[in-house]
Design a protein around this ligand. Structure first.
Ligand SMILES: [Zn+2]
Length: 166
């Protein structure tokens, strides 16, 4: 046998890593409402009135348990964003996502917090903080995280597209 052999041997293995996980009581409430009504809901603190989306079971300000669900708007505002030029594997398809794409921090109308999601747009370089987006749901809802396909970029805010603030 030859010493200092620098040749590496590889085996190609394909694995199926799909699994089911318990989303917890609060996210289950969110997905049940989404599936039944095609609407986004957040949880509201009865003490400070802060509305959480994604929903949380306990208020981060007050440590108060939250049991109030509030219906939120279909549109929102981009409060942070990045344009990505590197490929990632789309968790829904397992295939590389076409670059460039936009990841946004989105504040849905009626919510006080933000969620991260893809912003679909024909021109990633023209997406700006403050622009408006609309929620795009898949046609047949399944009650899971894949139900929100992406947020469609609508452009800069107009007087009629401003969300109603409390
Ligand atoms: Zn609170």
């Amino acid at each position: 046998m030859q010493e200092n052999n620098s040749e590496y041997l590889f085996s190609s293995i394909t694995m199926d890593l799909s699994w089911n996980t318990d989303v917890g009581e609060t996210m289950a409430g969110f997905f049940q409402r989404l599936k039944a009504e095609r609407r986004l809901y957040g949880t509201r603190c009865s003490n400070c009135l802060r509305v959480y989306l994604p929903p949380r079971p306990v208020c981060g300000n007050c440590w108060q348990q939250m049991n109030d669900w509030v219906e939120l708007g279909e549109q929102g505002t981009i409060v942070g964003k990045t344009v990505c030029y590197y490929e990632i594997l789309d968790s829904m398809t397992g295939k590389p996502r076409t670059t460039p794409f936009v990841l946004g921090l989105i504040q849905i109308d009626g919510a006080d917090t933000t969620l991260n999601h893809f912003v679909e747009t024909p021109d990633p370089d023209h997406v700006s903080i403050g622009d408006r987006v609309e929620t795009v749901l898949r046609d047949t809802l399944q009650g899971n995280v894949g139900d929100i396909v992406h947020f469609q970029w609508l452009g800069p805010p107009t007087t009629s597209s401003q969300g109603s603030k409390k």
